[in-house]
Design a protein around this ligand. Structure first.
Ligand code: FES
Length: 577
């Protein structure tokens, strides 16, 4: 059965709004209190607009304005827009970690879509977790879906220099601790860093995920780059509003776009943009919702050798504003077109190849050409060994080349509070060529796999002028961060992974070229330690955290809740009256 603008066939929403009976009266009458005319329910698509506006998510705080443009687009195309909120996971304020709540927000999104009279949905995403959470939830429903990202902030400016969200916080705070920057200057940089509405202006996780949805073909071309305050962002919202109505008429469910080919394209594009390591976990989780087999190893085999072409912080120099002016993501995709599945369908009804026809790059400093990459390896390398049987990741473009192959003595911190207590102790027994190891920061351990993997260096090391050391943990790190940081060690220490067995003084070998991560302790000794191992669980009083702890999967599977994997469709639930 095909819907068309002339068709009398029923849309999903007609199960609520169609007919002449008591229930339809209830459904129509109550929404008419918003001033909707009778023809809003005459069989035209009802478009749910899932809005993650929240003043507790500053990156999405401009969504009240953006949503009006999306609604106008829906109305332009003959649909009826109905906006609804879901839990908004803001990265900067939410404790103990926004990641803990990604799956909760995904569950919220899924149930809100399925339980309501919605024929198609627009997902308003911005701050890091709001993109994967909404797309995971929508993917489990499989209605026509389009993503509209909120767009990055304008460039930060301070004392005549550009400031990058996050990246310069890490740099400044280390300068303060090393005595190279005074605290008043540090504080003065705050307002300069965040100068407009929008999400982080670096190629951090938010910009990476906005690029991922564009490269997956689930957002319109241009989605990743337009600044939040650029009129083109509002125009993109309007076009998306129009397009979702057509997607309903054309009956294009999200699973028609989120194919294996689309995920392969996204993994390759992540390499070309030098994207965040968080994209690994989020795309694994999204793929799990549509039943597409994507493994951690796919990230290495498909993405690792893609050259990083985008000279943006944290891997490079520029920010998202320059990225936009240079042509944005289409200009990057054009450079790696030969590596992409150009016949993959995208949300505007065209293939990737058709969308890239005629695309140009306008600044080859910012978006490099293939013969002049920022680095030869833009993606992530997946390391395995007796320290990470199920894998760990490292981002070579953000690491120090001389530390990629490194054998050193472990200095172990049992949890983040242990680290914070001892890191600046002048008596801490640590040297620049040691390896800092953090436990208890994985999905279960934190809980919620916090972004603490880029451990600040000890003050005594910073004072020596050293700015990077090898760090290993079961944590994540911010997409704005940098350093030789081995992340997502699986299984995590709290799940009994070998990371739990590491002791200060052990030798660890990081062999990025050989993809190895080895704890050089013999098996007999490790077995002995395991017998005595006592794993401490994070303090929990029940509620969602307990549900999460009991059901969260490990990072190599996307850290979704085990019972949320897969697509449950959007069959109309039974009547409630
Ligand atoms: Fe929201 Fe970076 S903190 S995007």
């Amino acid at each position: 059965m095909s819907h068309s603008k002339d068709s009398t066939s029923k849309l999903r929403s007609q199960a609520w709004f169609g007919g002449v009976n008591r229930d339809a009266f209830i459904h129509r009458s109550w929404v008419k209190n918003m001033g909707l005319p009778d023809d809003a329910f005459d069989g035209r698509p009802i478009i749910g607009i899932c809005n993650t506006f929240s003043e507790l998510t500053p990156c999405n705080a401009h969504f009240r304005g953006l949503v009006e443009h999306i609604k106008r687009g829906v109305l332009d195309a003959g649909g009826t827009p109905l906006e609804f909120p879901v839990f908004s996971c803001g990265e900067t304020l939410l404790r103990p970690s926004a990641m803990l709540f990604r799956n909760l927000a995904a569950m919220d999104t899924e149930e809100a879509i399925r339980g309501n009279p919605i024929d198609g949905v627009v997902l308003m995403c911005g701050c890091d977790k709001t993109t994967p959470s909404l797309l995971m939830g929508a993917a489990s429903c499989d209605l026509p879906t389009i993503v509209v990202s909120g767009g990055p902030m304008l460039n930060g400016r301070f004392q005549g220099h550009a400031l990058g969200s996050g990246t310069d916080v890490w740099r400044f705070s280390e300068d303060v601790r090393a005595g190279k920057m005074d605290v008043d200057e540090f504080l003065a940089a705050e307002a300069g860093m965040s100068r407009s509405a929008g999400h982080c202006n670096t190629m951090g996780t938010a910009s990476t995920m906005a690029s991922m949805v564009e490269s997956l073909g689930i957002a319109l071309p241009g989605n990743a780059a337009y600044p939040a305050v650029d009129a083109n962002r509002n125009r993109l919202g309007r076009f998306s509003g129009r397009r979702i109505v057509d997607l309903v008429y054309e009956q294009v469910p999200v699973s028609k776009l989120l194919t294996r080919q689309a995920f392969e394209n996204a993994i390759r594009v992540n390499g070309a943009i030098g994207g965040s390591t968080n994209a690994v976990i989020h795309l694994l989780a999204i793929a799990g919702r549509v039943g597409i087999e994507v493994s951690l190893d796919d990230w290495d085999t498909l993405g690792h050798d893609v050259p990083c072409l985008v000279d943006l912080m944290p891997s490079g120099r520029y920010l998202m504003e320059e990225f936009c002016y240079a042509g944005g993501l289409p200009a990057v995709m054009k450079q790696v077109e030969d590596l992409l599945h150009t016949d993959a369908l995208t949300v505007n009804g065209e293939t990737v190849g058709a969308n890239l026809a005629g695309v140009e790059s306008f600044d080859t400093d910012v978006i490099r050409t293939r013969d002049n990459p920022l680095s030869q390896t833009g993606g992530v390398a997946v390391l395995r060994g007796n320290l990470a049987p199920d894998g760990a990741v490292i981002k070579p473009s953000a690491a120090s080349p001389e530390l990629m192959q490194h054998r050193g003595r472990a200095v172990v911190f049992e949890h983040i509070e242990d680290f914070k207590r001892r890191v600046d102790d002048p008596d801490l027994d640590i040297y620049a060529d040691d390896i800092m190891v953090l436990k208890g920061a994985g999905p279960k351990g934190y809980p919620g796999m916090a972004e603490v993997g880029n451990l600040p260096l000890p003050a005594k090391i910073l004072e020596q002028g050293v700015r990077d050391m090898v760090r290993i943990s079961d944590a994540r790190m911010s997409g704005t961060a940098y350093g030789t940081v081995v992340l997502h060690v699986s299984p995590e220490s709290t799940a009994g992974g070998p990371l739990a067995l590491v002791k200060t003084g052990d030798i660890i070998n990081v062999d990025t070229a050989g993809r190895g991560l080895t704890l050089e302790v013999d098996d007999t000794e490790l077995a002995r330690r395991r017998e005595r191992l006592e794993i401490s669980e994070p303090p929990m009083t029940g509620g969602y955290q307990k549900l999460y702890f009991d059901h969260v999967e490990q990072a190599d599977r996307g850290a979704d809740l085990d019972f949320l994997r897969g697509c449950r469709g959007a069959a109309v639930p039974r009547e409630n009256h």
